[in-house]
Design a protein around this ligand. Structure first.
Ligand SMILES: Nc1ncnc2c1ncn2[C@@H]1O[C@H](COP(=O)(O)OP(=O)(O)OP(=O)(O)O)[C@@H](O)[C@H]1O
Ligand SMILES: [Mg+2]
Length: 262
């Protein structure tokens, strides 16, 4: 397929032209289940206000001080075991044991890395000042390095300050959307747009990969297998009283749209 064309801001959740020139009805109308246009749980926005940023801050510190130290200790144990095995010599049993230990070590390292980037993005000193646009650009650059897929980022200059829960939700959603495009789409390009319009903050993540049928993943019914990423994105947006939509078809690329009221 060709590249997915990015839509005009004002057309975001309104009727507009589709990728192949057909008129498009609003996302919510086309697929109410997928769009999950949060019929604003009446107190969803209060919920956002109630989330205590100080508690979040302390949770992030606990993650760092507790989990990181434990993971690091576990990693050292694995390292010592591998050294002991190396001293024993390489029998079939020991080399299979070493393979498993190496894998465990890699998983622990990946978890340490993940916590470090999260704490790096939301550490106490960044809490107040962390600029949303810079956070999005930084994460996209990090993913571009990891995946080798070029990511074009467009961040509006007039973004308002947002609360920590909103920042964390956007960070996680972007992380998952970019990771999905890398893992499932065989995309050649990705696009990220962040802007405000009509009293809301909008995040759009597009790839030109193989696409899929979102209804199979987000439609009613139990989650198939362990696919939690898209449902998690949708739940995060719901919690903030916003709207979440996925546009994708096999062979047609994918666009994730998020709108969060300001
Ligand atoms: N950008 C994409 N391009 C193509 N297929 C996608 C894309 N995003 C999601 N999918 C499809 O939707 C499925 C569900 O995605 P979801 O993120 O919910 O779960 P997952 O990535 O399989 O597992 P995880 O729980 O680790 O996120 C994927 O397995 C994949 O088939
Ligand atoms: Mg996923």
């Amino acid at each position: 397929m060709g590249e997915v064309e990015l839509m005009e801001t004002s057309d975001f959740f309104e009727g507009r032209q589709g990728q192949e020139g057909e008129p498009m009805t609003p996302l919510a109308q086309r697929n109410p289940d997928l769009c999950t246009a949060c019929e604003a749980p009446p107190d969803a926005r209060c919920l956002q206000a109630e989330i205590n940023e100080a508690a979040l801050c302390s949770l992030i510190l606990d993650l760092h001080d507790g989990l990181v130290q434990n993971l690091f200790a576990a990693f050292s144990q694995v390292h010592s075991l591998r050294q002991a095995i190396a001293r024993e010599g390489a029998g079939t049993e020991t080399s299979s044991l070493d393979r498993h230990l190496r894998r465990i070590g890699e998983l622990i390292e990946a978890s340490l890395q993940e916590i470090r980037s999260f704490v790096g993005a939301f550490g106490p000193e960044e809490l107040g000042e962390q600029d949303l646009g810079a956070m999005v650009e930084g994460l996209a650059m990090q993913r571009e390095d990891l995946s080798g897929i070029p990511i074009q980022v467009e961040v509006a200059e007039d973004l308002p300050p947002v609360s920590l829960p909103v920042k964390i939700a956007l960070y996680r959603i972007l992380q998952e959307a970019l990771s999905n495009a890398y893992r499932h789409a065989q995309a050649r390009h990705q696009w990220v747009r962040l802007f405000q319009a009509n009293g809301s903050l909008h995040l759009e993540v597009t790839d030109d990969g193989q696409g899929f049928n979102p209804e199979e993943v987000l439609g009613p019914g139990p989650t198939k297998g362990s696919h939690l990423g898209l449902r998690g994105m949708r739940d995060r947006v719901r919690m903030l009283g916003g709207e979440f939509g996925v546009e994708s078809r096999p062979g047609q690329g994918t666009t994730i749209r998020v709108r969060i009221p300001l």
